[in-house]
Structures are given as C-alpha cells and as structure tokens.
Write a protein that binds this ligand. Structure first.
Ligand code: DHB
Length: 307
C-alpha cells in the first residue's frame, strides 16, 4: 500500500508530478489526471498570463536537464476556472502559486482559498526571472511572505523551497517555518543559476540569462535528499515533506522515503519519459518495498539508519 497523506489530504500513491513540466494547459493537466500520478499539480502561476523566456530555454542533459522557462503560464484565473473540471477527474488538485511580490501572492492565495482546490503550494524559489531574487534565500522576506499568506483561509498552505547548502540555512529556514501554520514543504526546486557550456559552439546551451538556468534531474538527487533529511529532523511531525529532485526509479523514491519524505514529485523524468513514468516508478517502489518486507509508507518513512 503506497497511499500517504499530505496536510490531511489522502493520496492514493506516494508519487505525483512536480510543478514544472507538462502541467500548464488543460490538456496536459488532464493527461496527468489520467496517469498514475496521485495528484494533479499545476504549473506555477502568476497574476497575468506569461509567454516565459526566449527559447531555447530547456535542454536535456545526460544526467538531467537545465531550464530557464521564465514562468510561462496561463495566469491564475485560468487555473481557478479549471479547478472544478480538474477535481471532477477524481484526484486531489494542488495549485502552485508564484507571485512576483507578497501582494501578488496574497491576491492569488485568497482566490484559491475560495476555490475547491485541495492544497496550495506557494513557490518561494523560482530562480529564472531576470532581476528577481529567490524569496527562499532571504529569510526576512520568507517571514513576511509567510505571515501574509498563512492568514488568508483554512486550506492548507505549503511552500516550495530552494535547495540549501549550509546547515545554518536549514536551521534559519526551519525556524521561520515554525512560526506559521505551514502544513507542508516541498523541497527542492532546481539548483538555480548553473551554466552548461557547449565547448564546440563556445556558447551556453540555453538562451535566457546568458545561459544561467536551473539544474534538474540526477545531478541534484543528493541535494534533494539532504534537504528532505535536514528539514525532517528540524520540523515538527505535523509538517509533511514532499521530496523532489532526481527521482527516476522506485529506488530513488525509496531513498527519499528513508530521508523522511511523505510523498515525492517528479519533474525531469516526467519531462523526458512522459506520464507512463508514474506507473513504472510506482511498480518499482512497490516491488522494492516488498523485497524488504515493508508493507506501507509509514513503515520506512524517515527510517534512515545510522552508519
Ligand atoms: C520556473 C522555474 C522554477 O524553478 C520555478 O520554481 C518556477 C518557475 C520557470 O522558469 O518557469
């Protein structure tokens, strides 16, 4: 049994799509709803619709991907309108909200609080908007934003965090989160502002921001595992953790479970393989857990053994 709960919402399995690839249009979201993804997570939305950054803005890499999409999305009102039809497909719906200011996030969260959406994931970690810092790397901003957005209604709020790389930052982030009724965290977003150079053309491989983009996939799995583990040890058990970063097999998903994830999201593997990845990884996870005599998610969650 791979069922799990996040912020009181039951998920039929431990795996869902991440906000990111192939979750922008109705057609894409419908495809996710028909797949084995246990929820439908929408692309991070902004107040107004956006085309996003100039192309090429995504490239496959041997061990993942690099992207600087620039938040192409239909604008939050389009997702608000889609919620009844998405919910009718039978799965929990999670909206991702990514305003450019606290005011933007207040407007969008207020609107989604009045909708039939199950969970609201507020993205504090988009690295790809020229001139905009990631909220998650500024703990004062994170504090102000959380104060504002957690006071707007009863639907559970979670936040999508950037990867941290210093123990003091895990502690600082956890201490801010603990001040507010944050019901779940999703970590990690891509490792922002990395650069891949093509030595033959002597150019970057994506166009926006002089080639700087978010690194995703296999490269970032150890960072994602460390972030989930660190926050699992720092936050109270009533805050659920959704792990993301480099999951492409059932065993990858199991490693996140040991680190303490309540559920996981899949981005690059979904981008590359398509929606059949959810059923494949689910089957692999079920088989691996069976081979170890684990019956359910709770049996192994957070049970990383000391060496
Ligand atoms: C985009 C990238 C992100 O990592 C994110 O959190 C939100 C948006 C983007 O470029 O579209």
């Amino acid at each position: 049994d791979l069922s799990t709960h996040v912020a009181g919402v039951k998920l039929e399995s431990y795996l869902m799509n991440a906000s990111g690839p192939k979750c922008t249009t109705w057609e894409e979201l419908h495809t996710i709803a028909q797949s084995h993804s246990s929820a439908v997570v929408t692309k991070s939305c902004t107040i107004a619709p956006r085309e996003g950054n100039p192309e090429p803005r995504y490239q496959d890499l041997p061990l993942g991907s690099i992207q600087s999409m620039g938040l192409p999305n239909l604008g939050y009102k389009a997702y608000l309108e889609m919620i009844p039809a998405l919910k009718a497909l039978g799965k929990p719906v999670i909206v991702s909200v990514s305003g450019f200011s606290v005011e933007d996030n207040i407007e969008m969260v207020t609107a989604f609080q009045q909708s039939d959406v199950d969970l609201i994931e507020v993205n504090f970690s988009c690295p790809n908007i020229p001139g905009k810092a990631q909220v998650a790397y500024d703990f004062e901003q994170t504090d102000k934003a959380l104060a504002a957005i957690t006071a707007l209604g009863n639907k559970p709020i979670g936040i999508k965090l950037a990867p941290y790389f210093d123990m003091s930052h895990f502690v600082a982030a956890a201490n801010v989160i603990k001040k507010y009724p944050v019901k779940f965290i999703t970590c990690i977003n891509s490792i922002g502002n990395t650069l891949i150079i093509d030595p033959y053309t002597e150019q970057p491989i994506i166009k926006p921001k002089g080639g700087f983009g978010g690194l995703c996939g296999d490269y970032i799995k150890p960072v994602g595992l460390a972030n989930v583990r660190a926050f699992r040890e720092l936050l109270d058990d009533n805050v659920q953790i959704i792990g993301v970063g480099g999951i492409k097999t059932g065993i990858d998903a199991f490693e996140y479970l040991l680190a303490g994830a309540d559920a996981v999201q899949i981005a690059t593997c979904f981008e590359k393989e398509g929606e059949t990845c959810f059923e494949r990884i689910e089957t692999e996870l079920a088989e691996f857990m069976k081979s170890k005599n684990y019956q359910c998610i709770a049996d192994a969650k957070g049970k990383l053994k000391p060496l």
